[in-house]
Design a protein around this ligand. Structure first.
Ligand code: SF4
Ligand code: SF4
Length: 169
């Protein structure tokens, strides 16, 4: 009898305490600074190391050509079948060992399918694809991105890769 009364008493005390804790949290938010953003003009700043949608890394100084050698490893490993690549070859001017160099004739990523798992980035042997900070696709036309839309600006991609290498150490 005594134990059952004590059990009820403590149960009620904890319930009331939890109720007041909840009310306190609600009240405290009423006096905090509001964080409403005027989207799309204002965008939420993603934290450092944020992993958003995959993008392609440029290879030349001007950021116009692709580092990708079209090995199709990312396409093979992608669990949601979001990547489609058609390889092609071109004459290489930079290498004295190889006369031909592979590049992606077509490189598409279906952002509606992508689950941002990062396996493509892990599988790539030449750091040609990386998860960038972008996480929004607001238009249906943005769902399938072609290689021209996937290329990151040179400065941005180098900064991103440096950050990722530092995090991996
Ligand atoms: S992040 Fe994952 S799901 Fe998205 S393209 Fe890369 S491997 Fe596919
Ligand atoms: S992005 Fe990397 S893994 Fe994918 S095809 Fe190009 S080189 Fe291969």
């Amino acid at each position: 009898m005594f134990f059952s009364l004590m059990k009820k008493f403590f149960y009620n005390i904890f319930t009331v305490l939890a109720l007041f804790k909840g009310l306190f949290i609600t009240l405290s938010h009423m006096f905090k600074k509001k964080v409403t953003l005027q989207y799309p003009e204002e965008k939420w700043k993603t934290p450092s190391g944020y992993r958003g949608f995959p993008r392609l890394v440029p290879s030349d100084k001007e950021g116009r050509t692709y580092r990708c050698v079209s090995c199709k490893l990312c396409e093979a490993i992608c669990p949601s079948d979001a990547i489609y690549i058609e390889p092609n070859t071109t004459e290489s001017k930079s290498s004295f060992l190889l006369d031909m160099q592979r590049y992606p004739k077509v490189f598409d990523i279906h952002m509606g399918r992508c689950i941002v798992c990062g396996l493509c980035e892990e599988a790539c042997p030449v750091e040609a694809i990386t998860l960038a900070e972008e996480h929004i696709t607001t238009k249906y036309s943005q769902h399938v991105r072609h290689k021209n839309d996937l290329l990151l600006p040179k400065e941005h991609s180098e900064q991103l890769l440096r950050k990722k290498r530092a995090l991996a150490l």
